[in-house]
Design a protein around this ligand. Sequence first.
Ligand SMILES: Nc1ncnc2c1ncn2[C@@H]1O[C@H](COP(=O)(O)OP(=O)(O)OP(=O)(O)O)[C@@H](O)[C@H]1O
Ligand SMILES: [Mg+2]
Length: 150
Amino acid sequence: MLSSILVPTDGSDHANKAVVFAADLAKRYGAKLTLLHVIRGPGSEHVPEELVEYARVEHLAVTERDLLEGAAREILEKAEKQARNHGAAEIQAVIDVGDPARRILHHAAAGKAELIVMGSRGLGDLRSLLLGSVSHKVSHLAPCTCVTVR
Ligand SMILES: Nc1ncnc2c1ncn2[C@@H]1O[C@H](COP(=O)(O)OP(=O)(O)OP(=O)(O)O)[C@@H](O)[C@H]1O
Ligand SMILES: [Mg+2]
């Protein structure tokens, strides 16, 4: 039996494959799916000068964190739609901030995940790598079975 699956996603094609794979398993087992995106932190809160000037003129306050949170919400919304389209019924979407691998491991333990499904690679551009640094660390330290999807 499988009742709880954790899918960390950075919005990459690799992670999307993991979402589809996990949604299919969730459907078959009637398992709960948790989608997790970790904003790398602590952020520098750095915003380009031009954007700061634009924000001043438009009376907006734009921080790097605002942009990252917007992207995080979008990544999770897309992932949730995709998971529903592939049959997952019970879906939870979570945003966290910190070191991605550490936060993923924390959520796996705290949420008593029985399976972690993630991409073997992500948004990084070192195409020669078989495993990215996040999937490498999580698969070595995971408290449960961890599948890295290719
Ligand atoms: N910030 C994140 N939040 C949630 N999940 C993530 C995050 N970053 C990566 N992942 C998960 O880890 C998988 C592998 O990504 P990873 O970052 O390890 O590879 P990469 O980007 O190719 O390499 P690197 O980041 O080491 O340059 C992704 O497909 C996704 O499932
Ligand atoms: Mg990465």
